[in-house]
Design a protein. Structure first.
Length: 146
């Protein structure tokens, strides 16, 4: 257990910036692809460098790496925005292996309100753990038996 998770009363948000390289590339090579990636592959097909996406064939590794670079650039930019905004609100960010933990001693319901007011809660849903309703998970020591 990491330091932010040990603090009594801390709420922790977990972000996993990357999957394994193999998983990241495989998702870019094999359909189905997100709309933006399919459009990128359509442009590649015009230049005859990759199969047309409508054929539902795997993309070439080169095209997949290009798409992956774009996806990671966008994802890291969004993570940077979320972390910076949370740090400005007094949250503390730290790395724990391959995941990023952002914590603050605050009640979970107040944390959600604070993040919503600051305009961070929505963007968080694109990069952090989500619950069954698609909302950011605020891991909490408050949930432990008292």
């Amino acid at each position: 257990m990491t330091e932010p998770e040990r603090r009594r009363g801390a709420v922790v948000v977990r972000i996993r910036p990357f999957e394994s390289p193999g998983a990241e590339v495989a998702r870019a090579v094999h359909p189905p692809w997100p709309v933006w990636m399919r459009r990128l592959y359509e442009l590649e097909a015009i230049g005859q460098r990759t199969p047309h996406p409508r054929d539902q064939q795997p993309a070439t590794i080169g095209a997949a790496l290009s798409a992956l670079a774009e996806r990671l650039r966008h994802r890291l930019g969004l993570i940077a925005f979320v972390v910076t905004a949370m740090e400005e609100l007094g949250w503390v960010a730290s790395m724990d292996g391959d995941q990023l933990l952002i914590s603050k001693v605050i009640r979970p319901e107040l944390a959600a309100e604070e993040l919503e007011r600051a305009g961070v809660y929505g963007p968080m849903s694109k990069v952090c753990d989500l619950d069954e309703h698609g909302m950011p998970v605020l891991h909490s020591r408050w949930e432990a038996k008292r």
